[in-house]
Design a protein. Structure first.
Length: 469
């Protein structure tokens, strides 16, 4: 059954990667994949299921004496249904509810045209200066917002400023790299860092301190190399290109929506550190406060125009629930592989063959240029359990195990490599896929002109981490 699960998993991944070719939504494939793998697992036979984690199984049976008289097959089914799936759903739900809250706040800011406050402040007409400005605005924007939203906002601006397609492709490629690099160094900047943060593999201060400089390096090298080929001035007027359509809200209201939304997102790590409650509780609290604030605004008729369409209740329909369900399917699929013991076996193989956290994460980072980084991180978390904070010196390979404690080098590098590795190919990240769709960037063109620069930045960032760690 292990081989069957691996075949189904690889087939599902292939179909997800070929989404645009086969015209079948990846969310539908991911949900189907997740449930099929759990179905194969529950029918894989009691010996296989017990051997994957015999201590957990026996502890569960000992905690439920009424199950001891059941046939072994029934005991295993109770173990899967009442323990394993419940635990996995709890872990997955923390991530999904956090994403739901954060995406709702970002969607509201976008609908109030709050981001125009940022983009309208760009006044340079030099193409080189504009490239650096766009890169760093995207970099810092994606450290708070999700990468895809940051990429969309900046691409809409670039479309208004540049008329030549190839120049838009160049700027769009840098936006992809900047969005992925920016999302890697904060706990709320990317789905993968959110996953690691929620699971306590990393802390807010730890990831920002460790990964900021490598992420800057991963961005600066491609931007510098790209800027060498850019010459001349913009012909489009910036001040007139980013005009905001007539809205029922004044500029001060839009400013307050932007700053309140960002403060709500930034407050979540603070809430977690003070209360020790999981991040989803913090995002739900701040979403509630943000919701109350926007409802108070919408209870008025600003500039004589009713603003009912801007209420959160109406904006919820615009939240990308397809993405949330995609993560549900993928995380369920990876959880099934973990329950079967496949990920544990894979981690053992990597430790034997490589036994070096830099080589392991380099391999995972290169894989993330082809495979979605969410399942890669989920798989790595299943392969390498979090080590105890205190490891006795006498413990075999104590020095190696220290890499897997909270804020250990393995987890920091995992966040960096899976985040920035997605820039190596245009299909390697959500930001890349959305920019590719907006500008119809050719896959081969990106691989020929951008891949080598993104790869150089990626490897240089690992080098910087090695030097400062």
């Amino acid at each position: 059954m292990t081989i069957a699960m691996l075949i189904v998993f690889m087939l599902g991944y292939t179909l997800i990667a070929l989404e645009h070719k086969i015209q079948i939504n990846k969310t539908a494939i991911a949900l189907t994949l997740g449930v099929i793998l759990w179905t194969l697992y529950i029918f894989s036979g009691a010996p296989h299921i017990i051997s994957a984690n015999s201590s957990a199984f026996h502890n569960f049976i000992n905690a439920h004496p009424d199950y001891t008289h059941l046939p072994l097959k029934s005991q295993v089914q109770k173990y899967i249904i009442n323990l394993q799936i419940i635990e996995q759903l709890g872990n997955i739900a923390e991530i999904l509810f956090y994403l739901l809250g954060a995406m709702t706040i970002v969607e509201a800011i976008d609908n109030y045209h709050g981001f125009d406050i940022i983009t309208n402040r760009i006044t340079t007409k030099s193409k080189r200066k504009l490239l650096w400005l766009i890169a760093f605005i995207t970099f810092f924007m994606s450290s708070i917002l999700d990468n895809m939203t940051s990429a969309i906002v900046m691409m809409l601006l670039i479309r208004k400023l540049l008329t030549e397609q190839k120049e838009r492709w160049i700027f769009g490629s840098i936006i992809i790299i900047a969005a992925n690099a920016g999302g890697a160094w904060t706990p709320i900047g990317d789905v993968t860092t959110i996953m690691l943060w929620i699971n306590d593999n990393i802390s807010s201060g730890g990831i920002m301190k460790s990964i900021f400089l490598p992420s800057v390096m991963a961005l600066c090298i491609p931007v510098f190399l790209t800027s060498l080929s850019l010459k001349g001035q913009l012909t489009t007027s910036i001040s007139g290109s980013a005009t905001t359509p007539k809205l029922p809200f004044s500029k001060s209201v839009r400013n307050s929506i932007l700053f309140t939304g960002i403060l709500c997102l930034l407050a979540v790590p603070v809430f977690k550190s003070v209360t020790q409650l999981p991040p989803f509780a913090g995002i739900m609290l701040t979403l509630g406060i943000f919701w109350i604030y926007t409802d108070i605004i919408n209870n008025k008729k600003i500039q004589g125009i009713p603003a009912a369409d801007y209420r959160i209740t109406n904006l919820l329909s615009k939240v990308d629930f397809s993405t949330i369900l995609f993560f549900l399917g993928i995380l369920l699929a990876v959880a099934a592989l973990e329950a079967m013991g496949i990920l544990h076996a894979l981690s053992g193989w990597l430790n034997t063959r490589l036994h070096n956290i830099y080589l392991i994460n380099l391999s995972i980072g290169l894989l993330s240029s082809v495979i979605d980084n969410v399942p890669l991180v989920a798989a790595a978390m299943g392969m390498y359990p979090l080590s105890a904070e205190t490891i006795l010196p006498a413990t075999p390979e104590a020095h190696y195990l220290l890499n897997f404690v909270r804020d250990g080098d393995f987890w920091n590098l995992l966040a960096y490599c899976t985040g920035t590795g997605g820039s190596i190919l245009i299909i390697g990240s959500a930001a890349g896929v959305v920019v590719m769709g907006l500008e119809k960037i050719n896959f081969i063109w990106y691989m020929k002109h951008i891949t080598w620069m993104a790869l150089l930045g990626f490897i240089s960032g690992i080098g910087i981490y090695y030097l400062i760690s």
